[in-house]
Write a protein that binds this ligand. Structure first.
Ligand code: GLP
Length: 253
């Protein structure tokens, strides 16, 4: 079941999402956190760091797994997802860095690295909470539109539109990696709770398509309609199409 929570601003959406993550950790201090990168989760990470600073939340017994990593970028590259996680969250909270996990973008054999990550995910068990953003084409993690829903972590090739969308973070478009290792849709769906974050007008159409359109691997996020417990935290702009098409009752205020 998908619950869509309305927020006026992305900061408000981030705060509500952070409270949901905190509730998971309060109930289970050893929680397995499935984490995501991109601009969408940043306000939530800011709130989580604030809760930690105020002594309201500790991550010291949590374990984390991230969704994805670019092939070819080392953790010290400022656009790698390992760098992003350290910068936006891990360095600001008390999580044990040894308990944080991402696929490695510089493993000599990417396919063997996927196998390592799949084995790790099996050992750690289902995520207690999984954070997601959504790409402009409906991707989650780096599961791009295709004719199937990948079950496990795979080496994936990024679509032209994703490379273009992510070029803003690199010196030029040719610097954007064209492949990545991404957790599979099957591994995302087994999470006990999924939190999807979306901000801004540019996400309004795809959010409607994902949450109210056909469930199809052409819109990977649409599979969330079949998940047990999905919480969407989005700002007014990202919800504009949903509210216009499906009315006020489509969202929880
Ligand atoms: C990237 C990431 C996704 C993320 C998406 C949206 O390609 N691999 O995990 O959700 O882009 O990013 P943003 O939140 O910056 O719009």
């Amino acid at each position: 079941m998908v619950k869509i929570y309305y927020s006026k601003t992305k900061e408000e959406a981030g705060l509500k999402a952070a409270k949901s993550v905190a509730a998971t950790i309060d109930a289970k201090p050893t929680a397995l956190l499935g984490l995501a990168t991109g601009s969408s989760p940043i306000p939530m990470y800011t709130e989580l760091a604030k809760m930690y600073n105020e002594g309201k939340l500790s991550f010291k017994d949590c374990v984390s797994v991230n969704l994805d990593e670019y092939v070819g970028l080392s953790p010290d590259h400022d656009q790698s997802y390992a760098y992003f996680m350290n910068d936006n969250l891990f360095s600001k909270i008390d999580i044990d860095i040894a308990k944080t996990n991402l696929p490695s973008g510089i493993a000599p054999d990417p396919v063997a690295e996927c196998e390592r990550y799949n084995a790790l995910l099996n050992t750690l068990g289902p995520q207690d909470v999984q954070i997601l953003g959504i790409g402009h084409n409906g991707h989650i993690g780096f599961n791009e539109p295709s004719d199937r829903f990948p079950q496990k972590t795979e080496l994936v090739y990024l679509t032209e539109s994703t490379v273009k969308a992510n070029a803003r973070f690199f010196a030029s478009e040719k610097d954007v990696p064209t492949s990545a290792l991404s957790m599979g849709i099957g591994q995302i769906l087994r999470a006990k709770k999924i939190i999807l974050l979306a901000n801004g007008e540019a996400k309004a159409e795809i959010l409607d398509k994902a949450l109210f359109g056909d469930v199809t691997p052409r819109v990977p996020a649409s599979i969330l309609q079949f998940a047990d417990c999905v919480e969407v935290y989005a700002d007014e702009e990202a919800l504009s199409v949903i509210i216009a098409k499906h009315g006020e009752n489509a969202v929880i205020r």
